[in-house]
Design a protein around this ligand. Sequence first.
Ligand SMILES: NC(=O)c1ccc[n+]([C@@H]2O[C@H](COP(=O)([O-])OP(=O)(O)OC[C@H]3O[C@@H](n4cnc5c(N)ncnc54)[C@H](OP(=O)(O)O)[C@@H]3O)[C@@H](O)[C@H]2O)c1
Length: 307
Amino acid sequence: MRLEEKERILIIGAGSKTASAIKEVLTAETPYELFFVEREPVPDFSEDVLIAGFTNRREIREVCLNIRPTVIVNTAAYTNVDKCEQDKQEAWVVNVKGVENLVQMSRLVDAHLIHFSTDYIFDGAKGPYTEEDKPHPLGYYGKTKLASENVCKGGNIPFTIIRTNVLYGSISVRHQDFVTWLLTKLEKEEKVKVVNDQYSNPTLVDDLGIAVERIIKRKRYGIYNIAGADWLNRWEFARRIADYFGFNKELIEAITTEQLAQSAPRPKHGGLVTLKAETDLRMKMSGIENGLSMIKQRLLREARERR
Ligand SMILES: NC(=O)c1ccc[n+]([C@@H]2O[C@H](COP(=O)([O-])OP(=O)(O)OC[C@H]3O[C@@H](n4cnc5c(N)ncnc54)[C@H](OP(=O)(O)O)[C@@H]3O)[C@@H](O)[C@H]2O)c1
């Protein structure tokens, strides 16, 4: 790439929680030209969106040959962990075959592929996990995501895998996160049951945007864990959210994973160690208080704009 040329960044999955955060960070920086792909129009998205399915090789090839991206960022995935157990064929098509297409496109146009993965590639026996720990997925979602990592590694392309967990703080209206779901329930004074034996370090999506920008700018390859500063169980997280927003935390009942009986098995001690990103990307991971304060500011700004 010549010095005066901008990086041409193609973001797959414009409607995802992660794409919104990447857009916020990268549009604030000048050396990037951004292009977004989604399988159907995304309401209220401030940028133009190219309509194409990344699981359709012909469609995504046409987009890549037209745009000639220098970086492809894949945020699209079959992310419903429980549904993956019933809908295995579609989960494989989206999470593995789609990534195979993107690896081929990276090779075709000589682009750096940045792909997202998860701590669900681990069994949760001894989290939080480092980049070097040995994967052992429990459920089908984790299996497909591990396969997607292997597709990147075997593709003979420059790639970066960002592993993350329990995203929150998104402005995406299409895909709700745990905080938005909980606030909606608590606002209506509805009781909720939340597991107290699944541990993770919830991640403010804004941090993923910052990480992507640094990975592109510093040309970093390989695997990076990007996750929040606080490691806690989901029930504790829910109570912190209720406290911060002034809702009644007694509405949040603690239950165990066995009692909840979700379709997909969950890693209990999950989460990710972020030391590598803190040193190599100079990331400062957001803690829960900081993340919730960002959400509060965003909600207040939106309320002001509606007035
Ligand atoms: N959310 C988490 O807590 C979490 C945790 C760990 C890792 N991750 C990983 O982080 C990445 C981003 O997750 P996210 O939560 O931001 O995603 P998300 O909000 O759930 O959005 C998923 C995206 O994938 C697209 N998609 C789904 N099926 C598709 C298909 N058949 N063809 C084309 N596009 C399709 C969706 O399109 P539509 O909008 O049209 O549905 C949407 O843009 C994923 O790789 C995920 O595995 C997420």
